[in-house]
Write a protein that binds this ligand. Sequence first.
Ligand SMILES: [Fe+2]
Ligand SMILES: [Fe+2]
Length: 273
Amino acid sequence: MENLREELIDKAKTLRVLPTLHSIIERLFVILDDKNSSFSDLNDVIKYDQAVSSKIISIANSAYYSRGIEIFSLQRAMITMGFEEVKNIVMCLVFVENVLKELKLRTDIILELWKHSVFVACAARTLAGRMFSEDPQKVFTIALLHDIGKIIFYITVENYNELIAKVHSKGKSLNREEREIYGTDHEELGYILSVKWQFPEEFSQIIRYHHDGKVAGKHESLLRLVRAADRFSTASVHDSEPETFILLKERDGIMKEVEKIMNIFQLNSHGTR
Ligand SMILES: [Fe+2]
Ligand SMILES: [Fe+2]
């Protein structure tokens, strides 16, 4: 077990991603964190990245946003979609293009992790909006990234998806099971990645403790939102919690958002496009 643990930790420490990820994520987090940030700040971050800007323009021209007038410029595209929406989409884009696709994982695996991440992100954002406790945009981003540690298992352990399915069907705890078998869990591995990729400290804390454990008081309400949304996605809901009540009520709206993002990125079982 010690060897397995070492191998996994080592993978997390040495996993290489595209340089774009680094530079975009770093600057994107600054914008996300700054309430006074504007369209032009965001424009400055993405305009030099050809892949990201052309994708934003094509998304603005999709049925979800288009008002019948064809859009050619990044600035127009951002105005059409709205500032908050562009931030969400850019985050999703970075996650899909620079992390998931780059690692050359099997498409069904990418899809599984992607769908779960999007669901938790949409549910947590809705929750934040209804409870007025945290900035919904920030909550979306962190929830999207909460299970990033699973990537290390997916690329190192064969049949990791079967372990997830087994754990869920038996109602067991995934990270406890991971620790028993491998000596580490996706929270610890995600934490290593998040520090390496220079995520903001609160993001690293949530990634590290999203299943159990405690975070510093100032991160508690953020953690509550992500946990509730994550549990909701696996249906292991706690009926007594106010979060569950809200999520059940908002379920249709959340599903619609998930579907929209899934359609925009068109990741399907026939291949990633
Ligand atoms: Fe998790
Ligand atoms: Fe999760």
